[in-house]
Design a protein around this ligand. Sequence first.
Ligand code: ZN
Length: 252
Amino acid sequence: MRTLALITFIFLWALSPKSYAQDTFRVMVDAGHGGKDNGTTGAHSVEKDIVLDIAKKLSEMSSYQIEIMLTRHDDEFIKLNRRADMANESHVDLFISLHCNHIAHSYVHGTEVYVHGSGHTQEDRSIAERENGGLYAENELNENMSFILNEFAESAYLEQSLTYGNQVISSFNSSSTLHQRGLRQANFRVLRTLDMPGVLIELAYLSNAKNEEYISSEKGKAEVVEVLWNSIVMYRNSLQQSSELFLVNTNK
Ligand SMILES: [Zn+2]
């Protein structure tokens, strides 16, 4: 009977969330675009440069508890699939892709957080289409096949991606002046084949003068870096708490 209880405990322990108390929590931060792909542009700024600057500042905050890794450190072009592969090969705990938005209506402003899924609105589908970069389309056939294979696995990460996405929004709400446009779903290629939770964040609209000024300024960038860092800490802590709760429950 004791052996059975021990085996059950080991089995449940193996399935329980990873214990983050001792381990470094590792995050792959992806600065969107790069090299020949500028992303979108504002009146005075370029998306690829803003997001790289923010990603690098975030990586400088790495500590013993949380390590921030980057998909790119310079102005280089990296295929979208490769960015996801880098996260998968490094077995990181979380993936964050950073972008800036653009729309014809210059009055639209704020931040959107996306998890992978079908776009529910025309606006979400258009944003995904632009970020997926038709100009730089990769091997679509192979990608579609891997997309089908990954469809089963990714639902396991959807809940965690939504949890983290909500933490990003509450972190922005408490420390930033950026308006929050909500947590959404769209078919972003960079999120499709991830083996871990992941989000894509459209930090601000470069088509809106005030948003562009904010996200281009040192003050705005520092604020956004702090918001992102806090969201990662909150997410890591929530996983640690659920891991501890699980162990408490199994001891009953
Ligand atoms: Zn982008």
